[in-house]
Design a binder for this molecule. Structure first.
Ligand SMILES: [Zn+2]
Length: 397
Protein backbone atom coordinates (compact mmCIF):
# COMPACT_ATOMS: atom_id res chain seq x y z
CA UNK A 1 0.00 0.00 0.00
CA UNK A 2 1.24 3.50 -0.85
CA UNK A 3 1.04 6.03 1.94
CA UNK A 4 1.19 9.67 0.96
CA UNK A 5 3.54 11.65 3.19
CA UNK A 6 1.54 14.27 5.08
CA UNK A 7 2.56 17.82 4.13
CA UNK A 8 3.64 18.60 7.70
CA UNK A 9 5.92 15.58 7.80
CA UNK A 10 7.25 16.41 4.34
CA UNK A 11 8.02 19.96 5.52
CA UNK A 12 9.71 18.59 8.64
CA UNK A 13 11.86 16.31 6.51
CA UNK A 14 12.92 19.21 4.26
CA UNK A 15 13.70 21.26 7.37
CA UNK A 16 15.84 18.50 8.90
CA UNK A 17 17.63 17.87 5.62
CA UNK A 18 18.49 21.58 5.39
CA UNK A 19 19.58 21.60 9.05
CA UNK A 20 22.04 18.74 8.52
CA UNK A 21 23.36 20.21 5.22
CA UNK A 22 23.94 23.60 6.88
CA UNK A 23 25.74 21.98 9.82
CA UNK A 24 28.02 20.10 7.43
CA UNK A 25 28.70 23.37 5.58
CA UNK A 26 29.47 25.18 8.84
CA UNK A 27 31.46 22.43 10.56
CA UNK A 28 33.35 20.74 7.74
CA UNK A 29 34.67 17.28 8.63
CA UNK A 30 31.85 16.63 11.08
CA UNK A 31 30.92 13.05 11.90
CA UNK A 32 27.36 11.70 11.99
CA UNK A 33 27.57 11.55 15.81
CA UNK A 34 28.64 15.22 15.97
CA UNK A 35 25.83 16.18 13.60
CA UNK A 36 23.31 14.33 15.80
CA UNK A 37 24.62 16.18 18.83
CA UNK A 38 24.53 19.60 17.18
CA UNK A 39 21.11 19.11 15.53
CA UNK A 40 19.42 17.34 18.47
CA UNK A 41 18.18 14.74 15.97
CA UNK A 42 18.65 11.02 16.62
CA UNK A 43 21.71 9.31 15.16
CA UNK A 44 19.39 7.11 13.05
CA UNK A 45 17.65 10.16 11.54
CA UNK A 46 20.98 11.87 10.86
CA UNK A 47 22.34 8.72 9.20
CA UNK A 48 19.28 8.57 6.93
CA UNK A 49 19.47 12.28 6.03
CA UNK A 50 23.21 12.08 5.38
CA UNK A 51 22.49 9.11 3.11
CA UNK A 52 20.12 11.26 1.05
CA UNK A 53 22.66 14.10 0.83
CA UNK A 54 25.37 11.61 -0.21
CA UNK A 55 23.14 10.07 -2.90
CA UNK A 56 22.33 13.55 -4.25
CA UNK A 57 26.05 14.38 -4.45
CA UNK A 58 25.77 17.35 -2.10
CA UNK A 59 28.08 15.95 0.57
CA UNK A 60 30.85 13.38 0.57
CA UNK A 61 32.72 11.24 3.04
CA UNK A 62 36.23 12.51 3.45
CA UNK A 63 37.73 9.05 3.66
CA UNK A 64 40.02 9.97 6.52
CA UNK A 65 38.77 9.07 9.95
CA UNK A 66 39.49 10.47 13.36
CA UNK A 67 39.61 8.33 16.45
CA UNK A 68 38.79 10.32 19.53
CA UNK A 69 37.57 7.63 21.90
CA UNK A 70 36.48 4.04 22.20
CA UNK A 71 34.50 2.34 19.40
CA UNK A 72 34.79 2.57 15.62
CA UNK A 73 36.53 5.64 14.17
CA UNK A 74 34.06 8.22 12.84
CA UNK A 75 33.79 9.00 9.13
CA UNK A 76 33.98 12.72 8.46
CA UNK A 77 31.57 14.53 6.16
CA UNK A 78 31.99 17.70 4.09
CA UNK A 79 30.28 19.52 1.24
CA UNK A 80 31.11 17.76 -2.02
CA UNK A 81 33.66 19.75 -4.04
CA UNK A 82 32.89 17.37 -6.91
CA UNK A 83 29.11 17.73 -6.66
CA UNK A 84 26.72 20.08 -8.49
CA UNK A 85 28.07 23.52 -9.40
CA UNK A 86 26.65 27.00 -9.95
CA UNK A 87 27.43 29.15 -12.97
CA UNK A 88 27.54 32.92 -12.46
CA UNK A 89 27.55 35.65 -15.11
CA UNK A 90 28.36 39.33 -14.79
CA UNK A 91 27.09 41.61 -17.50
CA UNK A 92 28.46 45.11 -18.02
CA UNK A 93 28.21 47.43 -21.00
CA UNK A 94 31.74 46.43 -22.08
CA UNK A 95 32.02 42.76 -21.13
CA UNK A 96 30.42 39.51 -20.03
CA UNK A 97 32.35 37.57 -17.38
CA UNK A 98 31.46 34.18 -15.96
CA UNK A 99 32.63 31.50 -13.57
CA UNK A 100 31.89 28.01 -12.31
CA UNK A 101 31.71 27.70 -8.53
CA UNK A 102 31.61 24.44 -6.58
CA UNK A 103 29.74 23.77 -3.34
CA UNK A 104 32.79 24.52 -1.22
CA UNK A 105 33.01 28.03 -2.71
CA UNK A 106 35.99 27.32 -4.97
CA UNK A 107 36.05 28.91 -8.45
CA UNK A 108 36.66 26.02 -10.88
CA UNK A 109 36.84 28.05 -14.08
CA UNK A 110 36.50 31.59 -15.38
CA UNK A 111 35.67 33.12 -18.77
CA UNK A 112 35.51 36.65 -20.22
CA UNK A 113 34.19 38.22 -23.43
CA UNK A 114 34.51 41.89 -24.35
CA UNK A 115 31.72 43.93 -25.93
CA UNK A 116 32.12 47.32 -27.66
CA UNK A 117 29.09 48.86 -25.98
CA UNK A 118 25.99 46.90 -25.10
CA UNK A 119 23.89 50.02 -24.67
CA UNK A 120 20.38 49.44 -26.04
CA UNK A 121 21.30 46.08 -27.53
CA UNK A 122 20.39 42.97 -25.50
CA UNK A 123 21.17 40.79 -28.54
CA UNK A 124 24.86 41.74 -28.39
CA UNK A 125 24.96 40.73 -24.71
CA UNK A 126 23.32 37.37 -25.35
CA UNK A 127 25.73 36.84 -28.26
CA UNK A 128 28.72 37.65 -26.02
CA UNK A 129 27.33 35.45 -23.24
CA UNK A 130 27.13 32.42 -25.54
CA UNK A 131 30.88 31.59 -25.80
CA UNK A 132 31.25 32.31 -22.07
CA UNK A 133 28.45 29.88 -21.25
CA UNK A 134 29.73 27.31 -23.74
CA UNK A 135 33.16 27.37 -22.14
CA UNK A 136 31.77 27.10 -18.60
CA UNK A 137 29.33 24.29 -19.46
CA UNK A 138 32.16 22.36 -21.15
CA UNK A 139 34.31 22.92 -18.10
CA UNK A 140 31.56 21.50 -15.85
CA UNK A 141 31.23 18.46 -18.15
CA UNK A 142 35.02 17.93 -18.03
CA UNK A 143 34.79 17.85 -14.25
CA UNK A 144 31.76 15.54 -14.27
CA UNK A 145 29.76 18.24 -12.49
CA UNK A 146 26.06 18.93 -13.00
CA UNK A 147 25.19 22.63 -13.43
CA UNK A 148 22.45 23.25 -10.87
CA UNK A 149 21.62 26.72 -12.15
CA UNK A 150 22.85 29.89 -13.80
CA UNK A 151 22.56 33.28 -12.10
CA UNK A 152 23.37 36.57 -13.76
CA UNK A 153 24.18 39.96 -12.30
CA UNK A 154 23.27 43.01 -14.36
CA UNK A 155 23.49 46.75 -13.54
CA UNK A 156 19.84 47.67 -13.09
CA UNK A 157 16.59 46.60 -11.55
CA UNK A 158 15.17 43.12 -12.07
CA UNK A 159 11.42 42.71 -11.67
CA UNK A 160 9.65 39.63 -10.31
CA UNK A 161 9.34 38.20 -13.83
CA UNK A 162 13.13 38.44 -14.36
CA UNK A 163 12.89 41.44 -16.72
CA UNK A 164 15.73 43.95 -16.53
CA UNK A 165 15.34 47.71 -16.41
CA UNK A 166 18.78 49.19 -16.85
CA UNK A 167 19.61 52.84 -17.49
CA UNK A 168 23.28 51.83 -17.85
CA UNK A 169 22.43 49.35 -20.60
CA UNK A 170 19.47 51.30 -22.01
CA UNK A 171 17.21 48.30 -21.46
CA UNK A 172 13.48 48.55 -20.81
CA UNK A 173 12.08 45.34 -19.33
CA UNK A 174 14.40 43.02 -21.23
CA UNK A 175 13.51 39.37 -20.41
CA UNK A 176 17.16 38.50 -19.84
CA UNK A 177 16.59 35.28 -17.87
CA UNK A 178 14.30 33.94 -20.64
CA UNK A 179 16.72 34.94 -23.41
CA UNK A 180 19.65 33.23 -21.66
CA UNK A 181 17.50 30.24 -20.74
CA UNK A 182 16.64 29.60 -24.40
CA UNK A 183 20.29 29.99 -25.42
CA UNK A 184 21.37 27.62 -22.65
CA UNK A 185 18.85 25.02 -23.71
CA UNK A 186 20.31 24.95 -27.22
CA UNK A 187 23.84 24.76 -25.78
CA UNK A 188 23.27 22.10 -23.14
CA UNK A 189 20.30 20.19 -24.57
CA UNK A 190 18.52 20.43 -21.23
CA UNK A 191 16.68 22.91 -19.05
CA UNK A 192 18.90 24.75 -16.56
CA UNK A 193 17.21 27.30 -14.29
CA UNK A 194 18.33 30.90 -14.90
CA UNK A 195 17.84 33.83 -12.52
CA UNK A 196 18.76 37.49 -12.94
CA UNK A 197 19.81 39.82 -10.08
CA UNK A 198 20.79 43.45 -9.64
CA UNK A 199 24.61 43.54 -9.77
CA UNK A 200 24.67 46.03 -6.85
CA UNK A 201 22.99 43.50 -4.59
CA UNK A 202 25.43 40.78 -5.69
CA UNK A 203 28.35 43.16 -5.07
CA UNK A 204 27.14 43.65 -1.48
CA UNK A 205 26.69 39.87 -1.04
CA UNK A 206 30.19 39.31 -2.45
CA UNK A 207 31.58 41.56 0.31
CA UNK A 208 29.55 39.70 2.92
CA UNK A 209 30.51 36.23 1.71
CA UNK A 210 34.06 36.69 0.44
CA UNK A 211 35.31 39.94 1.99
CA UNK A 212 37.21 40.22 5.29
CA UNK A 213 35.53 38.14 8.01
CA UNK A 214 33.37 40.52 10.00
CA UNK A 215 29.97 39.52 11.23
CA UNK A 216 28.75 43.13 11.47
CA UNK A 217 25.62 44.00 9.53
CA UNK A 218 24.13 46.03 7.97
CA UNK A 219 26.88 46.18 5.36
CA UNK A 220 26.53 48.81 2.64
CA UNK A 221 28.42 48.39 -0.64
CA UNK A 222 28.63 51.33 -3.03
CA UNK A 223 30.27 51.19 -6.44
CA UNK A 224 29.96 49.47 -9.77
CA UNK A 225 32.12 48.88 -12.82
CA UNK A 226 30.93 51.77 -15.02
CA UNK A 227 27.89 53.19 -13.22
CA UNK A 228 27.29 53.56 -9.48
CA UNK A 229 24.91 51.32 -7.57
CA UNK A 230 24.26 50.54 -3.94
CA UNK A 231 23.44 47.30 -2.16
CA UNK A 232 22.76 46.62 1.52
CA UNK A 233 23.05 43.30 3.35
CA UNK A 234 20.77 43.89 6.31
CA UNK A 235 20.96 40.38 7.72
CA UNK A 236 23.36 37.74 6.40
CA UNK A 237 20.94 34.92 7.24
CA UNK A 238 18.31 36.48 4.96
CA UNK A 239 20.59 37.23 2.06
CA UNK A 240 17.95 36.52 -0.58
CA UNK A 241 16.35 39.89 0.02
CA UNK A 242 17.85 43.31 0.59
CA UNK A 243 17.66 46.82 -0.79
CA UNK A 244 19.74 47.75 -3.82
CA UNK A 245 19.52 50.03 -6.81
CA UNK A 246 21.15 52.10 -9.53
CA UNK A 247 22.28 55.04 -7.44
CA UNK A 248 24.28 56.62 -10.26
CA UNK A 249 21.23 58.16 -11.88
CA UNK A 250 19.95 59.97 -8.81
CA UNK A 251 20.32 63.70 -9.44
CA UNK A 252 23.19 65.17 -7.46
CA UNK A 253 23.37 68.67 -8.97
CA UNK A 254 20.59 70.75 -10.40
CA UNK A 255 22.91 72.01 -13.11
CA UNK A 256 25.60 69.62 -14.17
CA UNK A 257 26.95 67.61 -17.02
CA UNK A 258 24.67 65.54 -19.23
CA UNK A 259 24.65 61.90 -18.11
CA UNK A 260 24.63 58.72 -20.22
CA UNK A 261 20.92 58.48 -19.36
CA UNK A 262 20.20 61.88 -20.97
CA UNK A 263 19.43 63.73 -17.72
CA UNK A 264 21.65 66.42 -16.22
CA UNK A 265 23.63 66.30 -12.97
CA UNK A 266 23.29 62.58 -12.05
CA UNK A 267 25.65 61.28 -9.34
CA UNK A 268 27.45 59.29 -12.07
CA UNK A 269 28.49 62.57 -13.76
CA UNK A 270 30.47 63.57 -10.65
CA UNK A 271 31.47 60.35 -8.85
CA UNK A 272 30.96 57.55 -11.40
CA UNK A 273 34.02 55.78 -12.88
CA UNK A 274 33.41 57.35 -16.30
CA UNK A 275 33.31 60.87 -14.84
CA UNK A 276 36.48 60.64 -12.74
CA UNK A 277 38.47 59.16 -15.62
CA UNK A 278 37.06 61.64 -18.13
CA UNK A 279 38.27 64.47 -15.88
CA UNK A 280 41.84 63.34 -16.62
CA UNK A 281 41.17 62.63 -20.30
CA UNK A 282 40.78 58.85 -20.02
CA UNK A 283 37.98 56.67 -21.36
CA UNK A 284 36.62 54.29 -18.72
CA UNK A 285 36.63 50.51 -19.02
CA UNK A 286 35.55 47.93 -16.44
CA UNK A 287 38.31 46.34 -14.37
CA UNK A 288 38.32 43.00 -16.18
CA UNK A 289 38.92 44.44 -19.67
CA UNK A 290 41.84 46.39 -18.18
CA UNK A 291 40.25 49.46 -16.55
CA UNK A 292 41.81 49.10 -13.09
CA UNK A 293 45.23 50.22 -14.33
CA UNK A 294 43.79 53.61 -15.29
CA UNK A 295 42.16 53.99 -11.88
CA UNK A 296 45.38 53.11 -10.06
CA UNK A 297 47.37 55.69 -12.03
CA UNK A 298 44.65 58.26 -11.38
CA UNK A 299 44.94 57.55 -7.63
CA UNK A 300 48.73 58.05 -7.80
CA UNK A 301 48.59 61.16 -9.99
CA UNK A 302 49.69 64.49 -8.50
CA UNK A 303 48.12 66.45 -11.40
CA UNK A 304 45.73 69.14 -10.10
CA UNK A 305 42.86 67.96 -12.35
CA UNK A 306 43.23 64.41 -10.94
CA UNK A 307 43.19 65.64 -7.32
CA UNK A 308 40.16 67.84 -8.07
CA UNK A 309 38.26 64.99 -9.76
CA UNK A 310 38.84 62.67 -6.79
CA UNK A 311 37.98 65.36 -4.25
CA UNK A 312 34.70 66.11 -6.05
CA UNK A 313 33.89 62.40 -6.31
CA UNK A 314 34.65 61.79 -2.60
CA UNK A 315 32.49 64.79 -1.59
CA UNK A 316 29.57 63.56 -3.74
CA UNK A 317 29.85 60.04 -2.32
CA UNK A 318 30.10 61.38 1.25
CA UNK A 319 26.97 63.41 0.64
CA UNK A 320 25.03 60.43 -0.74
CA UNK A 321 26.32 58.05 1.92
CA UNK A 322 25.24 60.42 4.70
CA UNK A 323 21.60 60.06 3.61
CA UNK A 324 21.93 56.29 3.17
CA UNK A 325 23.63 55.95 6.56
CA UNK A 326 20.72 57.65 8.30
CA UNK A 327 18.38 55.20 6.57
CA UNK A 328 20.30 51.91 7.02
CA UNK A 329 22.71 52.65 9.88
CA UNK A 330 25.48 50.50 8.34
CA UNK A 331 28.18 49.00 10.55
CA UNK A 332 30.57 49.27 7.62
CA UNK A 333 30.68 50.74 4.13
CA UNK A 334 32.67 49.19 1.29
CA UNK A 335 33.60 51.06 -1.88
CA UNK A 336 33.48 48.30 -4.48
CA UNK A 337 33.66 47.87 -8.24
CA UNK A 338 35.98 50.01 -10.29
CA UNK A 339 36.34 52.79 -7.66
CA UNK A 340 37.94 50.20 -5.33
CA UNK A 341 41.07 50.46 -7.50
CA UNK A 342 41.47 54.03 -6.15
CA UNK A 343 42.66 52.47 -2.88
CA UNK A 344 42.45 53.24 0.82
CA UNK A 345 43.42 56.90 0.40
CA UNK A 346 40.19 57.45 -1.54
CA UNK A 347 38.18 55.48 1.04
CA UNK A 348 39.68 57.77 3.73
CA UNK A 349 38.66 60.85 1.72
CA UNK A 350 35.10 59.48 1.45
CA UNK A 351 35.09 58.71 5.20
CA UNK A 352 36.20 62.29 5.98
CA UNK A 353 33.44 63.72 3.79
CA UNK A 354 30.91 61.40 5.42
CA UNK A 355 32.15 62.37 8.90
CA UNK A 356 31.57 66.06 8.13
CA UNK A 357 27.94 65.36 7.30
CA UNK A 358 26.93 62.95 10.07
CA UNK A 359 26.60 63.64 13.79
CA UNK A 360 28.56 61.20 16.00
CA UNK A 361 30.93 58.53 14.77
CA UNK A 362 30.47 57.67 11.08
CA UNK A 363 30.71 54.01 9.99
CA UNK A 364 34.16 52.90 8.75
CA UNK A 365 34.72 53.07 4.98
CA UNK A 366 37.02 50.59 3.24
CA UNK A 367 37.77 49.56 -0.34
CA UNK A 368 36.93 46.10 -1.66
CA UNK A 369 39.81 43.70 -2.12
CA UNK A 370 37.78 41.35 -4.34
CA UNK A 371 38.47 40.49 -7.98
CA UNK A 372 36.86 42.26 -10.95
CA UNK A 373 34.46 39.35 -11.43
CA UNK A 374 33.17 39.42 -7.82
CA UNK A 375 29.60 39.91 -9.09
CA UNK A 376 29.86 36.76 -11.25
CA UNK A 377 31.25 34.77 -8.31
CA UNK A 378 28.47 36.01 -6.00
CA UNK A 379 25.89 35.16 -8.69
CA UNK A 380 27.22 31.59 -8.85
CA UNK A 381 27.20 31.46 -5.04
CA UNK A 382 23.46 32.24 -4.97
CA UNK A 383 23.00 28.92 -6.82
CA UNK A 384 25.29 26.82 -4.62
CA UNK A 385 24.02 28.38 -1.38
CA UNK A 386 20.45 27.53 -2.25
CA UNK A 387 21.49 23.90 -2.74
CA UNK A 388 22.84 23.80 0.79
CA UNK A 389 20.08 25.88 2.37
CA UNK A 390 17.22 24.08 0.64
CA UNK A 391 18.57 20.68 -0.44
CA UNK A 392 15.14 18.92 -0.49
CA UNK A 393 14.32 20.31 -3.93
CA UNK A 394 17.63 19.10 -5.38
CA UNK A 395 17.39 15.72 -3.62
CA UNK A 396 13.91 15.22 -5.11
CA UNK A 397 14.98 16.17 -8.65
ZN1 LIG B 1 21.99 59.46 -15.34
Amino acid sequence: MDWAIPARQDGQHAHNLALVARLIARHSAASRAELAQRSALTKTTVTQLVGELLDAGLVRELGTARHTGPGRPATELALNAFGPVGVGLQIEADHVAGCVLDLTGRVRDRALRRIDDAHGDPASVVKAAEPVLRRLLASAVDQDAVVAGVAVGVPGRVDAAGRVLSVELGWQRVPLADLLSRRLESLSGGAIPVAAHDASRLAALAEWWFGPADAATPLLAIGGELSLGVGVVEDGERWESGPSGPLGHVRHRRQGEVCRCGARGCLDTVAGPRAVLRAVGERAASRLPGGDGQMRSLARSEAPEARTALRRAAAALGDTLAGLSVLYDPMRIVVCGQLAALGTEFADQVADELGRRLPGDPPPVSVSGLTGDAVAVAAAATVTRRLVENPARWVAS
